[in-house]
Design a protein around this ligand. Sequence first.
Ligand SMILES: Cc1cc2nc3c(=O)[nH]c(=O)nc-3n(C[C@H](O)[C@H](O)[C@H](O)COP(=O)(O)OP(=O)(O)OC[C@H]3O[C@@H](n4cnc5c(N)ncnc54)[C@H](O)[C@@H]3O)c2cc1C
Length: 367
Amino acid sequence: MIGIVLIAGVSRRLYPITKEIPKCLLEIGDMTILDHQFNALRTCGITEVVVVMGYRREQIIDAIKTGHSDMKVHYLINHQFFSTNTAYSLLLAADYFNRQGRKDIHVGFATPGTVIFGTQPFRDELKRYLHKYDISQRYGYKLVKIDGEKKEAHYVRLPLPDGRTDYIQNDERNAAGCIGYVWEEGQQYVVKEENNHIDELRKGTHFVFKYDMLHLAPPQSAPDWFQKTKLANQEGVDKGWMGVDAHTLQSRYYQNVFGVGDVTDAPTARTGAAIRKQAPTIVENLLKIMDGNAADYEGYDGYSSCPLVVAHNRMLLAEFKYDGVRSSDPLLSKFLDTGKASYAMWIMKRYGLPFLYWNAMLKGYKF
Ligand SMILES: Cc1cc2nc3c(=O)[nH]c(=O)nc-3n(C[C@H](O)[C@H](O)[C@H](O)COP(=O)(O)OP(=O)(O)OC[C@H]3O[C@@H](n4cnc5c(N)ncnc54)[C@H](O)[C@@H]3O)c2cc1C
């Protein structure tokens, strides 16, 4: 077995303590956090480790070479440690294992939905990467329990319509987790368990996987306090979210209130990119109301976008509007095929999107 140690982060929450030293080299008791991690790995009989580093990595390499020379260590660098999280570091590790030809490490993807992404061509491109990384795929798998001590994830298979066994019920969610809607309503997809390397045990109704590391997207909801307000839907599938008109973004309950962002029930993916297109719509409608007119500007078409990083230097940009219709930025599409993962797209996310965020979006420019 091989261990993965993710220690790329900056630990800004511990500033100023971590200004000069990475968090993993802070001492707890009589040894550093890194020493504790390596000792725990040794106790489990692990002698080979992949270390994903970023912030102040020279100090980390020194500490490992000095204190842990008995371990076989592969050093990996996450250059984007300021702007990414542990999931990105983990994908880097998957990418690395893949490039090393390691076949003893298995990555699985399980979802209660029926597709990995609701819109083409992004779905096919993501599937291409699943195949490339040899990631097993399970659709219609709903997580019901995690046994942390045994490191087991328990799933149930969702019931199939008409007693069929080869189809998955459309449960109004898709696999991207952050999105919340299957757009091709009413359609069902044949379940294919591809690249099925991960053993699952059957325990009653549960399908159980052993895992070393689990990465989950939690269920979404509006904040608890908001759900108790009169702006929130009191019933229906969107209960708890702020009820708005999908195109004018006017509250369904109060004419002088408008909603943007994650809290609304606009049936699209909740992203910052969506807010970029929602804000000008409510500005227009607020001005109309202030002039004594009806707020009838139906400017928002459901635009949203997800930058999907699929390797340490590759990204595709899934842009779409209501009903899962692809809606790529016309200017960007002149230069790049946003549906294909590429280095150019990754550069655009790394440098272009933060620039647009700070200099255009936050300053209220319409673009
Ligand atoms: C891991 C992750 C990655 C993402 N990546 C992308 C991406 O690449 N591109 C993209 O476009 N979008 C991305 N998103 C989505 C994007 O971050 C959200 O859609 C966006 O931040 C929503 O903005 P918001 O203002 O509606 O809500 P929020 O950003 O959640 O802001 C709500 C604010 O209200 C505050 N608040 C809550 N309750 C109270 C209270 N009682 N009093 C005062 N304040 C309160 C909260 O603290 C919070 O600051 C990502 C989201 C996550 C979680």
